[in-house]
Design a protein around this ligand. Structure first.
Ligand code: G6P
Length: 606
């Protein structure tokens, strides 16, 4: 969590940093600040609140300069106060830095370096330690610094006596650097902050140090040896990181899902056949040697994994285990060379998912990342990658990346089944043919969002919701409830419909609406009985049904029809109305939809 930006060039740096921080605000938004070189010193402006509050502070106290570092914080060490906001400096105010990550041994270091500390943060301790190590050679000091710090960190550093230079150090937390054609050098926690200046970037590896100046960017490894780094070209462009006329990123991203489906399938389907062998160059023998399939993720990515689990178990013969990363990593996992372990992470930076991946790698499993970010730590550590082609997702509540994840995981399932010899050509053609129709079906749901807006208004006084689904609709219920609680702060609980009678039914009365995901599939009739049980307790029922299904007319209070599809694909069309319902509900309540309280998009703490 936390977003870092650094810039040295010819522009007014505070404008560059504000714009950069705004594009990284999904990483945290409880305080913000920046330090600008205003010769002969460095000036810091910071405070509690969002980047827009920092902008207001700057209108009262403009900063003039063309070199600076900025930060948007998600509090870990110390509360949300001005003192704890970054940047932090050493007691002589020569060194100033911003930090993303956690330094685990900061208390130990703080006791070794007595003095007056102005904040409760681990970051200020790093500034003090660096100051004791720095004797005119910053690269040497940073080599020593990283050997003293435990934990994960990405740092951007300036020193008053080194004008024109910004130093970066990465261990564990992401940091990317880039240089524009006009001699501007930038660093940031993520590419959206750099994209307006260049699409050619370098992802720092663990231990890397870099020095930014208008003359270029130089790199050293953890031993202090000068190194050359590979430049990656980012195929996202800057227009992808604006709202494109929508009031919120979340609404824009929900509406992009037809395109996400098309992009995620493009180049991976030929005719009605799946072609993934270039991206996943596995042989039939490889696949037959894997007896177990583990799928591991957090948050929405975990629910995407649960959706895919059903399809994977239908068409592959694997013994499948799907787990949240924060549990998987602490269990006695039976993984080894007979295991294919798939890690699903939009960002590729989630701390628990990375720890789980390192565990599986250590045990000899074949590891595959399903991620939206090719340069991410996860993508760089595993054997194989399947990239989501979702484009940047800025809204904190994940929507289009869920769609991208289930699309890619379904393609993976088809590829595996094919290599196993379990997917007859006719079946592949039928399934792929249906997949190709999904973008249109998703767009048909999007075209009817006005009725979901009305529905959200009708139920806007409700304080508790129950979401129910069976089979493939159960993980969709989990995701629908998660969306509602994330952005509207309304209590929403999801249950497998058949489990309602084992507890949650006790909660039901006329004040607890029940959202039931019940497309016309093999379990429809079973779920119908649960709807009657809810109605008998006077709970209002909102049902998602398949178009043309009138079996719930007169029973459910509200019915939203979704286009018909094969049973296996119903989650692609049922999740969309739930995203929209959550969005309009939160909008009706006046919530901060793109930046919900307490959350961050990239969770790099454990
Ligand atoms: C956070 C985000 C969620 C996301 C989860 C996992 O909790 O707010 O939207 O699903 O992290 O993130 P990942 O990047 O690993 O998919």
């Amino acid at each position: 969590m936390c977003g870092i930006v650094g810039y040295v060039g010819h522009r007014n740096v505070s404008d560059v940093i504000i714009a950069g921080l705004q594009s990284l605000e999904y990483r945290g938004y409880d305080s913000a600040g920046m330090a600008v070189l205003e010769a002969p010193g460095i000036t810091i402006v910071k405070g509690v609140g969002k980047v827009s509050d920092l902008r207001k502070m700057l209108s009262e106290r403009p900063l003039c300069g063309s070199q600076g570092i900025g930060h948007t914080r998600w509090a870990t060490h110390g509360g949300v106060t001005e003192e704890n906001a970054h940047p932090h400096c050493d007691s002589s105010s020569n060194i100033v830095l911003v930090h993303n990550g956690i330094v685990e041994n900061y208390r130990e270091i703080r006791s070794e370096i007595p003095g007056e500390y102005r904040s409760e943060t681990d970051t200020e301790v790093v500034a003090q330690l660096l100051s004791t190590l720095y004797r005119g050679n910053m690269v040497g000091a940073l080599v020593e610094l990283q050997s003293r710090l435990r934990g994960s960190f990405a740092l951007a550093i300036m020193a008053k006596d080194l004008p024109g230079k910004i130093y970066c150090l990465r261990k564990g937390s992401p940091l990317v650097v880039g240089m524009s054609r006009d001699g501007e050098s930038l660093c940031a926690s993520d590419v959206p902050a750099i994209l307006p200046y260049t699409q050619d970037v370098v992802y720092l590896d663990d231990g890397d140090i870099s020095e930014l100046s208008t003359a270029g960017i130089r790199f050293w490894n953890a031993a202090g040896e000068s190194v050359e780094k590979r430049v990656s070209h980012i195929d996202w462009d800057v227009s992808m990181v604006d709202k494109g006329g929508y009031p919120h990123f979340m609404l824009k991203e929900i509406n992009e899902q037809g395109a996400v489906l098309r992009n995620s399938m493009a180049g991976r389907i030929s005719g009605r056949r799946v072609v993934l062998s270039e991206e996943l160059p596995w042989t039939r023998d490889d696949v037959l040697s894997w007896k177990k399939l583990h799928v591991v993720a957090c948050g929405t990515s975990y629910y995407a994994a649960l959706v895919a689990e059903r399809f994977l178990e239908d068409i592959t013969g694997f013994d499948i285990r799907v787990d949240v990363a924060s549990e998987y990593r602490y269990r006695n996992i039976m993984a080894g060379p007979d295991t294919l372990a798939v890690f699903v992470s939009q960002s590729g930076e989630t701390a628990d998912t990375l720890a789980a991946e390192r565990l599986a790698m250590g045990k000899g499993a074949r590891c595959l990342a399903v991620t939206n970010v090719l340069g991410s730590t996860l993508a760089r550590e595993v054997h194989d990658i399947l990239q989501l082609k979702a484009g940047p997702e800025i809204g904190v509540a994940a929507t289009k990346t869920f769609m991208g994840q289930i699309t890619v995981l379904y393609l993976l399932a088809l590829h595996l089944a094919k290599l196993q010899g379990r997917l007859p050509a006719a079946m592949e053609e039928e399934l792929v043919g249906e997949m190709l129709s999904l973008p249109y079906k998703v767009e048909a749901v999007l075209a009817r969002q006005e009725s979901l807006q009305k529905l959200a208004a009708i139920y806007s006084a409700a304080e508790d919701f129950l979401y129910l689904g069976r089979g493939r609709s159960f993980p969709v219920a989990l995701e629908g409830a998660l969306k509602l609680k994330e952005i509207s702060y309304i209590h929403a609980e999801a249950y497998a419909a058949g489990e309602m009678k084992h507890g949650p039914i006790a909660l039901l009365d006329r004040n607890v609406p029940v959202v039931v995901i019940t497309p016309k599939d093999g379990l429809h009739e079973k779920t119908f009985s649960n709807i009657l049980e809810a109605k008998a307790r006077r709970a209002p029922v909102i049902a998602l049904v398949t178009e043309g299904d009138s079996s719930l007319d007169g029973t459910a209070d509200h019915v939203f029809p979704v286009p018909a599809t094969l049973d296996q694909f119903t989650p692609f069309v049922t999740v969309v109305p739930l995203q929209l319902f959550a969005y309009y509900f939160a909008k009706f309540l006046g919530c901060d939809i793109d930046q919900p309280r307490n959350l961050a998009k990239s969770v790099t703490v454990e």
